[in-house]
Structure formats: structure tokens, C-alpha cells
Design a protein around this ligand. Structure first.
Ligand SMILES: Nc1nc2c(ncn2[C@@H]2O[C@H](COP(=O)(O)OP(=O)(O)OP(=O)(O)O)[C@@H](O)[C@H]2O)c(=O)[nH]1
Length: 357
């Protein structure tokens, strides 16, 4: 079931000459394992962003009716109800276009939102929802994916991950995917951990994802500008590019190695050819041609990169099987950087495959 709450109930706030003006609205996905603090974060954002129009969608698994009833929190003590029309069960199981369309319909009816926050269940892989909201800019949708925030409980997270890893031997568990796909990871419940526990939790995250920003929080209290308006999937984002090129300094992290097969590989290159990187991504994402030195097939959950080409710069973004390479114009004179997060990844094997392309 997908619940939608609206944080405000103004009537037709954006009618101009009787025509609803739809402005593209950022979608933030909030994910993380059970009990990590996702709902606490939602409530915190609603309180802090008093006066903004925020749609909150709780994406829970469930047998589908054709129309999903919504209800719940709102703020200022008011309760708002809305309907999100989906053709089947829950948002992440809808066909891509239906899920986005349902939200666009809601905006047509209720006006624009400042933010749309989607909380996934602790048991969900956020991948399908990312694919749903990461749309071609050319489609001119009224929503766009702004970023993925992953909550991780500093106290219980490492054990949750360990138990999941042991009980899903051979499979990459959901908690690891949630960490891998996070643009910002809130290391939450810092109020109840020792410095050693905090260090362990940090290392567990870094084992999987070297590229996300980690913010330590208690009761999910975080400066909102570090989680909203991230532009993590935007083509032009100087801050992201700078962070990508800074990532080399954080390499060689050692930690408890819960799942040795999952990790981040960062590659720095000089000039590259767009067609070669395109071919590389097709071989990796679509044809399963990337293997590690044992011959095991690699799986990329997330990739990003800055590509220096003769004519300027391009940005690479990928989530599971979808990737895009589009032009950008960084201020600085950077080299090419590629970051891959996934399973069975080895730098030399990626470089060899790239050379073939
Ligand atoms: N001590 C402490 N407790 C916290 C913190 N953040 C959240 N909690 C508590 O942890 C419990 C779970 O928090 P929720 O926000 O419901 O977690 P969730 O991720 O939404 O949980 P699920 O919906 O079950 O996946 C609640 O009792 C919160 O009050 C924190 O930073 N410190």
C-alpha cells in the first residue's frame, strides 16, 4: 500500500490565469533497514520545513487495490488525506510510467509540492524506485529524483547487516543495497553508541560505499541542506564533481568485511572516449561481461563518473541496468574519474574491459 500525506492543504496555490502551473518537484527517497530512524527523519523534516508543501509517500508492500488510500501525519496537528492511484500493489511494483503518472496526477489536482519524500519499507531494495524517478530530462516530467538518503542505525546496524549477510549467503542483502545506493548516509542513533561502536558502523558503511557522504545524527536530526536539494542525479552539479575527484583520498578503508564481495572501486583516467565508456557500461550492465579474477560475474549497483573528452566533460550516472552519459561543464580542470559500487569488482578487470572497448 502507498500512503500519501500532504503537509499543507492550501487550495490551488499555483493557479495562474486559471491554469495550474506545474513546476518540477524534487523527489527524495528515504531508505534504510528496519528501525534505523526513517519515520523519525520524516517527522523531523516536516517539523523543520513548517509551511512548505511536502507530500510524504509511505511505500509499503501490500496486495493492491486499484486505488491506494492515503492518510496520516501531516503537520500542525492537521490530518490530510489523499489518494494515489496505482494500478497494482505498491509504488515500487508499479510500472515506471504509472508510478510517476500517479504522482503527476496528484500534483495536477493538489498543486505543486516543494518536496516529495518517499519512505521505503526497511525491507525494500530502493533500486526500482530510483529507476522509476530517475527520468530523462528531455521527458520534462513534473518530478525529478533529487537523491537517496539511507538511514543506518549505528548501534544495531552492523549486527543487522551481519545477520542478513549470514542468512542470505551468496546473495547481496537488502541492507547492503540500501547503503550502496545512498547518496547521503545518516549514521543515526549516535547518542547510544561508544566511540568504538561508531567507528565500526562507519567502517561497515565505507566497506560498501566509499562515495556517499556520511552524516552522524541522533534522532535523525540533520541540517536539511545536507539531504534536500542534493541534485545527486543532476547533470550539472559542481559540488558532486568535486567530491568525485576528492574520493581518492578516502581509498584503502579497512573494516569488518561483512560481505567481502561488495565494495567500491574508483578509477582515475586521463582523456577518454565517450563511445568506449558507453560500450563498457553496456558490457557490464547489460551483457554481464565483467568478471573478477576468479571468473565470477560482477554486478554494479551504482556508478558515477566524470569523463574528460576532447570536447569537454561528460557525467556518467548508473543505477542497476540504467545508465546515462550527458554533457556538463566543470569549473576545474579535472581528470576523468569513474566510481563503481557493486559486487565482485576489481579495478584491473574493469580497466581490461575498458581497453577492449
Ligand atoms: N536512542 C535513539 N533512538 C532513536 C533514534 N532515532 C530513532 N530512534 C527510535 O528508534 C525507533 C525506530 O525509529 P523509526 O523512525 O520508527 O525507524 P524506522 O526506520 O522508520 O523503522 P521501520 O519503519 O520499522 O523500518 C523509534 O522508537 C525511535 O524513537 C536515535 O537517534 N536515538
Amino acid at each position: 500500500m502507498s500512503d500519501v500525506s500532504l503537509s499543507d492543504d492550501e487550495d490551488v496555490p499555483d493557479l495562474v490565469d486559471g491554469i495550474r502551473q506545474i513546476v518540477s518537484c524534487p523527489v527524495t527517497l528515504i531508505t534504510g533497514h528496519l528501525g534505523a530512524g526513517k519515520t523519525t527523519l520524516l517527522n523531523y523534516i516536516l517539523t523543520e520545513q513548517h509551511g512548505k508543501r511536502i507530500a510524504v509517500i509511505l511505500n509499503e508492500f501490500g496486495e493492491g487495490s486499484t486505488m491506494e488510500k492515503s492518510l496520516s501525519v501531516g503537520h500542525n496537528g492537521k490530518l490530510y488525506e489523499e489518494w494515489l492511484e496505482l494500478r497494482n500493489g505498491c509504488l515500487c511494483c508499479s510500472v515506471k510510467d504509472n508510478g510517476v503518472k500517479a504522482i503527476e496526477n496528484l500534483m495536477e489536482k493538489r498543486g505543486n509540492f516543494d518536496y516529495i519524500l518517499i519512505e521505503t519499507t526497511g525491507l525494500a531494495d530502493p533500486g526500482p524506485l530510483i529507476s522509476m524517478f530517475w527520468l530523462d530530462e528531455e521527458l520534462c516530467s513534473s518530478v525529478f529524483l533529487d537523491g537517496v538518503i539511507t538511514l543506518f542505525d549505528a548501534k544495531n546496524g552492523p549486527n543487522t547487516l551481519k545477520n542478513e549477510t549470514e542468512s542470505h549467503a551468496g546473495l547481496v542483502n537488502t541492507s547492503i543495497r540500501q547503503i550502496a545506493l545512498g547518496d547521503v548516509i545518516l549514521l543515526n542513533k549516535c547518542d547510544v553508541v561508544t566511540p568504538a561502536e561508531l567507528e565500526t558502523a562507519r567502517a561497515v558503511i565505507r566497506e560498501v560505499n566509499l562515495s556517499a557522504q556520511i552524516v552522524e545524527t541522533s534522532y535523525s536530526k540533520v541540517p536539511l541542506d545536507s539531504i534536500l536539494n542534493l541534485g545527486a542525479y543532476a547533470r550539472v552539479n559542481e559540488d558532486r564533481i568535486r567530491r568525485l575527484t576528492d574520493e581518492f583520498t578516502t581509498l584503502n578503508v579497512t573494516g569488518p568485511h561483512l560481505d567481502k564481495s561488495v565494495g567500491t572501486v574508483t578509477i582515475q583516467l586521463g582523456l577518454v572516449e565517450k563511445s568506449a565508456v558507453e560500450k563498457l557500461m553496456e558490457k557490464i550492465l547489460w551483457n554481464n561481461e565483467l568478471k573478477n579474477s576468479n571468473g565470477d560475474t560482477a554486478e554494479v549497483f551504482r556508478a558515477k563518473g566524470l569523463l574528460k573528452i576532447n570536447e569537454g566533460y561528460l557525467m556518467l550516472q548508473a543505477v542497476y541496468q540504467t545508465f546515462s552519459i550527458g554533457p556538463i561543464s566543470p569549473e576545474e580542470n579535472s581528470e576523468s574519474v569513474l566510481v563503481f559500487i557493486g559486487r565482485n569488482l576489481e579495478k584491473d578487470c574493469i580497466l581490461r574491459l575498458l581497453a577492449e572497448c
